[in-house]
Design a protein. Structure first.
Length: 123
């Protein structure tokens, strides 16, 4: 697998789409949550794509894997923020499920990318 840019990675494309959907959702959050939940959700979702991009730019497979693990952690943080939104009635069940399904797909792709990098590291 040889790409010119991290932007060509399917995992990045899906994570970017997820980040955009989170940002769109956050625009509808209560102004009371501007510096609490909204800021945290946006930062965590941005961290996912940032970590994938930074890992791609690293020289060693193991470094890239570590950045992917951090991205996976940030993804789980977004999941918890969505749980808070559900608990606080900031999100409908339909919106919640759509975003969780996207999150699950991104996690699956991150795990697949990590597995690919581990195999490439051993070659």
């Amino acid at each position: 697998m040889s790409f010119e840019s991290f932007e060509e990675l399917e995992v990045y494309k899906k994570a970017r789409s997820f980040r955009k959907d989170i940002a769109s959702f956050c625009k509808n959050l209560s102004p009371d949550e501007k510096y609490r939940l909204k800021d945290q959700m946006i930062r965590a979702s941005r961290s996912v794509t940032n970590q994938i991009a930074e890992g791609y730019g690293r020289f060693h497979y193991q470094e890239n894997i570590q950045f992917c693990r951090i991205a996976r952690g940030s993804l789980e943080e977004v999941h918890e923020h969505l749980n808070i939104c559900m608990d606080e009635n900031y999100i409908t069940e339909t919106e919640y499920q759509k975003l969780i399904n996207q999150k699950t797909e991104v996690r699956r792709l991150i795990n697949g990318y990590i597995n690919y990098l581990n195999r490439a590291k051993r070659s």
